[in-house]
Design a protein around this ligand. Structure first.
Ligand code: NOJ
Length: 718
């Protein structure tokens, strides 16, 4: 629709109709019978007339359902303004990919983009218009269950993956391409930093840290064209984001130049009351509208009070108009006025969902997301070895992870079956855990005694991570640790394969197991690829996007922490008054960027094209990486920068570039990285982003702890 037509439509809208557009309800509101007002309608005090005016729906999926709801709705909506359908398509719709924290371990934006494209194809055919993804909240605390939905602890990796996800969902022309979705980046802002890792808890970030570390992921998604932003539940500078004018107007709209639709999180407008900032729904609605929230997800505050608010205070009309205009524009950008059903098509849905092509991409994503954490010459399994598979995840279909929207457990492979298929007949024995607990001396334990290697498939259940799934203990469940301890007594090589949604404290596991495979929640196609990693058909290449602590007491733990006045270094083991723990090493068990391969790689000393640079110069860093093994393998080469003297305390290192390279046996490849002034800037006390003249250390290596470095000098003059 031309802008002029859209304007004409807008001009025809009554106040009531405008208010309706700002309300988002779940699809089940439309399942109520015509006679009674019960259930959700009663709870939210929504009338049948309201239902003919609301603007959008969340969670309704399936082409047939969505077509039905849209058809019925359009019969009743006076101006024929179609509904928008939104859903949480987070790591796949029907074909489920590894959880985002796993996908991020691929360090492969192109692949991540492909997964989003496929998720879009499937869900667009099922009638979805907008996905509540990407979630780009920076995270540092593994107690928070929602780390599974993020891409980890690093701003730069976050930015790269945020852009990839937006590109994958939205494509280049949303109006023409009905296989794509509009992306809603969330949760703005700082939702990933709740105190003590407790979901929905207070966030207290300095403005310096908020701006330097936390905002860049959202900015990247916005720059890539994300159509929507979701405000977060948490406080920023003491005010919940949903009612925070400074955050949403000054920062998001003005500074970050976001001009799309801003939606609240679920019932978050009402929660301004529980936060103690509004005494009733009406005040909450005023605060949210003044802050610039366009859509009220499931609180009812806008629906019930905006008319009254606008009638009492004329200045609020403009805010409502702006919100409604943005919502109509989004509907127009999606081509809904021309085709209110957009991609919703049962035939297409049938062909698209869980198609062989989509599953191929899922398998590729699992291949690159698995992280080999430890390998004491136990993996890959050898052809003639007798293998025992044990552990609660060996025949569990709970491999999809939280937010696996329409994923079907019935379609999810089992590890036991997958491994059986990969190994020679008779090579694999499946042993029940109770055999171990019933006493290792029972006759059922014979398979264990005869094994050459034992693989224990362990981990969390999917409800243990995700929303409202914070934990104070992040070890494996106690019975699983006990199992490992008992197995260890057999003196056999022992491999732990882990399915989980957060960095775990694996200190005990790392002492007991000779090999550790971090498989995350790998999705529908996961088991087969995990089996192939075990047999060596797939050579692992994933690298952690979040540090694994030695103990929960270390969290929040992250590689890019600030320098302290009393740093603890290896040569100061005997000194007391340093920034150190008495009972645990400062370092993580497995650092950011870490991941092993069946190949081995060596790095040359990095070199630079010159040693002194002006701010206009490009810094060209080169490093030679050698595959020192007889196996083809993939390495993620990482470049970090440290500003040695600055006006504000700097992180000890910051990721600035990375490259995934695949090397044939004994092949050497030179990797070139180019850095610009931007890579050396930071937020100065006067509020400007600039770089300082002086020394910078450039570190290159295979993870954030094992690097080789070169120092360069940045000068002010030419
Ligand atoms: C609450 C979650 O915080 C958000 O991420 C999600 O998109 C909405 N619920 C809708 O399901």
């Amino acid at each position: 629709m031309e802008r002029k037509q859209l304007q004409a439509l807008f001009d025809e809208m009554t106040l009531e109709e405008k208010v309706g557009q700002t309300m988002q309800l779940t699809g089940n509101f439309f399942d109520q019978s015509d006679s009674a007002i019960t259930g959700p309608m009663e709870e939210l005090n929504v009338s049948r007339e309201d239902l003919s005016r609301i603007g959008s729906i969340l969670g309704g999926t399936g082409a047939a359902d969505i077509r039905r709801i849209q058809t019925e709705y359009l019969k009743k909506n006076r101006l024929g303004i179609p509904l928008l359908f939104m859903a949480d398509v987070i790591h796949g719709y029907r074909t489920i990919y590894p959880i985002p924290l796993g996908l991020a371990s691929s360090w492969n934006p192109a692949l991540v983009e492909q997964t989003a494209e496929v998720a879009a194809k499937e869900s667009a055919a099922a009638g979805v218009h907008v996905t509540f993804s990407p979630m780009v909240d920076l995270v540092r605390d593994a107690r928070w269950g929602r780390v599974m939905e993020t891409t980890g602890e690093d701003p730069y990796l976050n930015e790269e993956l945020a852009r990839a996800l937006v590109r994958g969902y939205q494509g280049t022309d949303l109006q023409m391409d009905d296989t794509r979705l509009a992306a809603c980046v969330k949760h703005f802002a700082g939702y990933g930093a709740p105190n003590a890792g407790l979901d929905y808890n207070t966030v207290d970030l300095s403005e310096q840290v908020l701006r330097e570390q936390y905002l860049s992921g959202y900015q990247a998604a916005i720059d890539e064209g994300a159509k929507m932003v979701m405000a977060s539940f948490n406080t920023i500078k003491g005010i919940p984001a949903t009612g925070n004018k400074w955050l949403l107007k000054e920062v998001l709209r003005k500074e970050m130049k976001f001009d799309g639709v801003l939606i609240s999180d679920w019932a978050a407008i009402n929660e301004l009351i529980a936060h103690g900032l509004a005494s009733n729904q009406k005040e909450a609605a005023i605060q949210a509208l003044q802050a610039g929230v366009d859509i009220d997800m499931m609180s009812g505050a806008y629906l019930h009070y905006l008319e009254e608010i606008v009638e009492e205070d004329e200045s609020m009309r403009k805010l409502l108009d702006e919100a409604v205009w943005r919502i109509l524009q989004l509907k127009n950008d999606l081509g809904l006025f021309e085709n209110p059903f957009r991609g919703a098509d049962e035939e297409r849905e049938q062909a698209e969902l869980f198609s062989p092509q989509n599953r191929d991409i899922a398998r590729k994503a699992v291949e690159e997301s698995i992280v080999l954490l430890k390998n004491n010459q136990v993996l890959p399994l050898e052809e003639n070895q007798k293998v025992v598979l044990i552990g609660s995840k060996k025949n569990s279909r709970d491999l999809l992870g939280s937010w696996s929207l329409n994923g079907q457990e019935a379609e999810t492979q089992l590890l036991a079956e997958a491994l059986q298929a990969e190994l020679a007949p008779g090579q694999l024995k499946i042993v029940e855990e109770k055999t171990v607990f019933n006493g290792l001396y029972s006759y059922q334990a014979a398979d264990l005694y005869q094994a050459d290697v034992i693989v224990a498939a362990l981990g969390e259940e999917s409800f243990m991570s995700g929303e409202a799934a914070s934990k104070s203990q992040i070890t494996l469940p106690a019975d699983q640790l006990l199992l490992l301890q008992e197995l260890k007594k057999l003196g056999k090589p022992l491999v732990a394969v882990l399915f989980n949604g957060r960095p775990l404290d694996l200190s005990d596991v790392s002492l007991l197991a000779d090999g550790i495979v971090e498989a995350w929640f790998p999705g529908t196609e996961g088991a087969q690829v995990v089996a192939q990693v075990l047999t060596g058909r797939v050579n692992p290449s994933g690298k952690l996007s979040m540090s694994f602590p030695r103990h929960v007491g270390q969290v929040p733990i992250y590689y890019n922490h600030h320098s302290t006045g009393r740093p603890f270094t290896r040569d100061k083991q005997d000194e007391k008054y340093l920034s150190r723990y008495l009972d645990v090493d400062n370092s993580p068990l497995y650092p950011f960027g870490f991941g092993l391969s069946y190949s081995s790689f060596s790095y040359s000393q990095p070199t630079v094209n010159q040693s002194t640079f002006t701010k206009e110069d490009e810094v060209v860093v080169r490093v030679a990486v050698t595959n020192t093994s007889e196996r083809k393998g993939t390495e993620v080469v990482q470049l970090y920068v440290h500003d040695k003297i600055a006006q504000v305390v700097r992180p000890i290192k910051e990721l600035k570039r990375f490259a995934r390279i695949t090397l044939e046996p004994n092949e050497v490849q030179e990797v070139t990285f180019r850095l610009q002034e931007d890579d050396f800037t930071y937020l100065h006390p006067d509020g400007t982003w600039s770089s300082d003249a002086g020394e910078f250390e450039i570190m290159v290596g295979s993870n954030s702890e094992e690097t080789e470095s070169v120092t360069i000098q940045l000068t002010n003059s030419n």
